[in-house]
Design a binder for this molecule. Structure first.
Ligand SMILES: [Zn+2]
Length: 121
């Protein structure tokens, strides 16, 4: 059984990464900086939903390499260059091309990603 609770946490200033004029949240460093707060909140896990560009090792090897600017827009690998909110907040599922690539290259991670997406059903 899972329970979800919304908490408002500040993003540590040093977790932002600038590349050119674009600002990214360094997800790995962000997670490391917030880890001590997990037990303080009395929970076992913490998930974050952000409306900023993110950079991290996992996202890089799983997602960025094969991101696409062409539809379907409800695929998590859709690049979403305009950062449209309805794309970010809408139900997502991997398109057939991304499903085939991820399932073949990273079957366990693909399964985990689909379980995360199913949490929003
Ligand atoms: Zn896709």
């Amino acid at each position: 059984m899972f329970g979800f609770e919304i908490v408002d946490l500040s993003v540590p200033v040093d977790t932002w990464h600038m590349e050119g004029n674009k600002r990214y949240l360094d997800a790995d460093w962000f997670a490391e900086r917030l880890a001590p707060q997990i037990s303080q909140l009395g929970v076992h896990y913490m998930s974050a939903i952000v409306d900023e560009w993110m950079a991290c090792d996992i996202a890089d090897y799983l997602m960025d390499e094969d991101s696409h600017e062409k539809p379907p827009r409800d695929c998590p690998n859709y690049y979403n260059p305009q950062r449209k909110l309805e794309v970010l907040t809408g139900r997502q599922k991997f398109c057939k091309l991304c499903t085939d690539k991820l399932r073949a290259a990273h079957p366990e991670e693909f399964k985990a990603l689909n379980m995360i997406l199913a949490a929003f059903d």
